[in-house]
Design a protein around this ligand. Structure first.
Ligand code: PSV
Ligand code: MN
Ligand code: MN
Length: 388
């Protein structure tokens, strides 16, 4: 078996995955939200749970917030609470999809009042970023139309650009805006930012502090996502990932669960393009745990990212280039598949123990008693914001 080298392990030691605060709240589908015992009752408890994931894996030192779901009286207090628990506050996600006013759009709306309200919401998010020390403002827009003729798609692009310019102008020197795309839902005919090309066109017109966010669940079946990763890294515009996995639509299931090979291929392109441990690229999870316990769900997720990164690091680049240059199709493919089929778990477990962690972080967490404690102490946990 090919083993991970010291160089590989030091790259893995630097890896950092950002956790979404909403993964710790109750969530579900439009049919039902099933409550999990021990669910956090406020953002402080969400951060405490996220800190558990980091404590057992040393992989997840940053927690992303969602406004207004994580609105608190004092962001400074939230920041200090996070730091006391060994984590920091990360990306601030805006929300223009749960307000009656946004039924027909927000940043692209034709009504100046509603557009102003949506822009102001983003300016408030940047005020919060100033207090939390967050670098990134993430914008996912639920905007579009359901029927041909319902809207003027071109006017909407122009208004979107104008709104984004106003938001961009408020960013501090060290802050960035990342624009997420999604091919459909909740709009079913046209979506204002449906693909990486549209996001790229919109953010390129803003400037250097605006980048694309790639959510792995937001593509049509069969899309070659690693190609998009390659292209955005090549263009210097890959600002962040929202990792999750999907079987059908925007399932938001555990990353690497539906298609570990796809995650491996994505991470191989990240490594090839210089994106691994590159501060330009934020590696976030965007997931919901509808029926499983949330903290173990997040532990499983970050370990999946770590394991697939380790396998991708094992690709013998020299052998691969040689096979490619010799047009040896099968040999080139075999180099990639050899790395993918290598079970790195025993070596990673031993390496964790060398670093003072439990070899099996999931088992260590489950044995810690934390889950039972929060189930007893917390009554009436909050919904993540999704679902019925
Ligand atoms: C909706 O599709 C969504 O899942 C987007 O991916 C956002 O990143 C997330 O919600 C949180 O707003
Ligand atoms: Mn997302
Ligand atoms: Mn999504």
């Amino acid at each position: 078996m090919t083993a991970l080298s010291t160089e590989h392990l030091s790259a893995l030691a630097q890896q950092s995955v950002e956790l979404p605060s909403w993964a710790f709240g109750n969530s579900g589908t439009r049919f039902r939200v099933f409550a999990t015992p021990g669910t956090p009752r406020d953002p402080f408890e969400k951060i405490a749970d996220a800190a558990q994931v980091h404590a057992y894996t040393r992989l997840a030192p940053v927690v992303a917030l969602h406004i207004p779901w994580d609105r608190v009286d004092s962001y400074d207090a939230l920041r200090r609470h996070a730091e006391d628990l060994g984590v920091t506050l990360g990306t601030v996600n805006s929300n223009t999809f749960q307000d009656e006013d946004y039924k027909f759009g927000a940043l692209a709306h034709h009504d100046a009042r509603i557009r102003r309200k949506a822009i102001d919401h983003h300016l408030e998010c940047i005020d919060i970023m100033d207090e939390t020390g967050s670098r990134d403002l993430k914008i996912w827009l639920a905007e579009g139309s359901n029927y041909p003729g319902q809207n003027d798609m071109r006017d909407r692009q122009d208004r979107l650009q104008d709104s984004l310019q106003q938001i961009y102008a408020r960013l501090g020197d060290e802050q960035r805006l990342v624009l997420e795309y999604k091919f459909f839902e909740p709009a079913f005919y046209h979506t204002d930012v449906p693909d990486w090309g549209t996001s790229y066109a919109q953010v390129s017109a803003l400037g250097e502090k605006a980048m694309v966010c790639l959510d792995t669940g937001h593509h049509a079946p069969g899309t070659n996502i690693e190609f998009i990763v390659m292209q955005l890294l090549r263009l210097g515009k890959l600002g962040s990932f929202d990792f999750n996995s999907r079987f059908y639509a925007d399932d938001d299931l555990i990353v690497g669960a539906a298609d570990p090979f796809q995650l491996f291929r994505i991470l191989a392109e990240v490594i090839r393009g210089g994106g691994l441990n590159n501060p330009e690229v934020a590696f976030m999870l965007d997931q919901c745990h509808n029926i499983e316990d949330k903290i173990p769900g997040q532990i499983r997720s970050v370990l999946n990212v770590q394991e697939m990164t380790a396998r991708a690091l094992l690709i013998d680049r020299e052998a691969l280039t040689a096979a490619q240059e010799a047009n040896d199709v099968l040999a080139a493919n075999a180099v990639v598949m050899d790395a993918f089929y290598t079970d790195v778990r025993p070596q990673l477990a031993a390496w964790r123990e060398e670093r003072g962690l439990a070899g099996d972080p999931m088992a260590a967490y489950l044995a810690s008693g934390y889950q039972q404690r929060i189930a007893e102490e917390r009554v009436g946990g909050v919904q993540a914001g999704w679902g019925a």
